[in-house]
Design a protein around this ligand. Structure first.
Ligand code: ADP
Ligand code: ADP
Ligand code: MG
Length: 461
């Protein structure tokens, strides 16, 4: 391994996760932090820590100069971008390389081709992977865009080429709405992502979100099967599991192999995820995007395959070949992750920063907690509200749900409101237990059942 030290250009639970992997590999860790994060767990765990500026991400975690200066000053060999922030920023990947360091992720060129959602759709189509019907490229001309929307058939989605994190997506029911929303969507995408580019997709109703984990070394790519991330709120995942029980074995094979073909078509190096919508009725799947980074929910896959994806992504970035062969990657049992956010589920998921006055982390067989909190930790209000992820593994899906319920009951996060009560209730809901949900199920269910969550929340304080 040529990488002897890694600077972590991220925060929160993913920074902790990267430090854990690096320590196991004997790699020195350097954690950057903003003024709001001086007490962060990752800062305490890393071998060294460097302040890179004020709380606002634009001035710290998105300040390339400050990060590169810290990396040079501490003699870092490599920079790990985690997810969000600079993880899918090709210019940053180039800047790291030009500074003589390794960017732990794909080449800048790969990020340019797959990180832009429009370019990725074209690459997928060219690799023979089915995409959602819609505009072939970016919408440049509004007249042409209207024609495409009509041909595609309403309802359509207007999406931002540079979108992510569930943002920049609008559903449009007819031409009138289209005329109204397209300019708004473009202005918003420009403000949020610095790129006003839009494209159109048909709305695939009743679909599941199924994604395939891949890993490549630039020559060869393998898949680690799929995850079902259909339980979403505002198009953000809240509960993820693997394998996807909705998939028939034959579809699973085709889907996973299509992700490998796509990764090999771009000589993919690093960890990545190919996301699809799956229509259970027709058995069709459609590519929606590729995330050219490690994902929040990667541990679900680690639990069913026994492979440490973080360690693998660091090794391949260091120039090693993949350590695994496709035939040796097997699914064992079932794993589920729930995202514990500092949010008040009963108050429309309003962010709820504050101080964690007490903490009990569950244990026992098949339980994993990837978090960034400790008793006495004050959650800063500046960043996303993910505090940690609770994961469980068991032989069957039903047993995994029972284990999740048990582990959630053990978990105590005092002093702040979290999404725990939502998951406690969900483990008892028939549709969830039966795996009978699509990407809009949770939102519909929440519309009618918020009282149950309030009651659950009330019963523990
Ligand atoms: P995953 O696909 O790994 O589940 P998400 O899509 O939820 O990841 O995004 C992971 C993190 O990155 C979240 O904190 C999200 O807010 C952030 N994120 C994703 N894409 C963007 C983007 N384009 N701009 C800013 N933040 C983003
Ligand atoms: P992001 O980059 O924000 O992750 P995605 O394109 O991955 O955006 O879509 C996020 C979610 O929005 C999907 O998981 C799915 O629930 C929903 N979605 C996206 N595209 C479509 C579509 N064409 N039809 C129906 N739902 C969609
Ligand atoms: Mg996505």
């Amino acid at each position: 391994m040529t990488i002897k030290s890694i600077l972590i250009a991220n925060r929160g639970e993913i920074a902790v996760r990267i430090i854990r992997a690096a320590k196991e590999l004997g790699i020195r860790t350097i954690q950057v932090y903003s003024d709001a994060d001086s007490d962060a767990l990752a800062v305490k765990m890393a071998d060294e820590a460097v302040n890179i500026g004020p709380p606002q991400a634009a001035k710290s975690y998105l300040n390339a100069d400050a990060i590169l200066t810290a990396a040079k000053a501490t003699g870092a060999d490599a920079i790990h971008p985690g997810y969000g922030f600079f993880s899918e920023n090709a210019d940053f990947a180039d800047a790291v390389k030009n500074a003589g360091m390794t960017f732990i992720g794909p080449d800048a060129e790969t990020i340019r081709v797959m990180g832009d959602k429009v370019a990725a759709r074209k690459t997928a189509a060219a690799a023979g992977v089915p995409t959602v019907p819609g505009s072939p490229g970016r919408i440049d001309d509004m007249e042409e865009a209207r024609d495409i929307a009509v041909q595609t058939g309403f309802p359509v989605m207007i999406k931002a080429a540079a979108g992510g994190g569930g943002r920049g997506i609008r559903i449009v029911a007819n031409l009138e709405e289209f005329d109204q929303m397209a300019p708004q969507a473009s202005a918003e995408a420009q403000a949020a992502f610095g790129d006003g580019g839009l494209y159109i997709e048909k709305v695939i109703e009743g679909a599941r979100h199924i994604e395939v984990q891949v890993l490549g070394d630039g020559e060869r790519a393998v898949h680690f099967f799929e995850r079902d991330c259909s339980l979403q709120r505002r198009r953000q995942k809240v509960w993820e599991e693997a394998p996807a029980s909705a998939l028939k074995e034959e579809v699973r094979q085709n889907l996973c192999l299509s992700a490998v073909s796509l990764a090999e078509a771009v000589q993919y190096r690093g960890a990545g995820t190919v996301e699809y919508l799956y229509d259970e009725v027709t058995g069709e799947y459609y590519f929606i995007e590729m995330n050219t980074r490690i994902q929040v929910e990667h541990p679900v896959t680690e639990m069913i395959t026994g492979v440490d994806l973080m360690r693998e992504m660091i090794s391949v970035a260091g120039g090693e070949r993949l350590s695994v062969e496709q035939k040796d990657i097997l699914i064992r049992g079932h794993a589920i992750e729930v995202r514990l956010n500092a949010e008040d589920a009963a108050q429309n998921f309003m962010p709820h920063p504050g101080t964690v006055s007490g903490l009990t982390i569950p244990g026992g067989p098949g339980v994993r907690f990837d978090g960034s909190i400790y008793a006495g930790y004050s959650i800063p209000p500046y960043y996303d509200s993910l505090l940690g992820k609770l994961l469980v593994w068991d032989e069957t899906r039903g047993q995994a749900i029972d284990r999740l319920k048990r582990a959630l009951d053990e978990l105590q996060i005092d002093g702040v409101k979290t999404t725990k009560p939502l998951f406690q209730v969900l483990t008892t809901v028939d549709d969830v237990r039966n795996g009978a949900f699509d990407t809009s199920w949770l939102e519909n269910w929440l519309g009618n059942n918020i009282d149950q969550i309030k009651a659950q929340e009330g019963s523990q304080s």
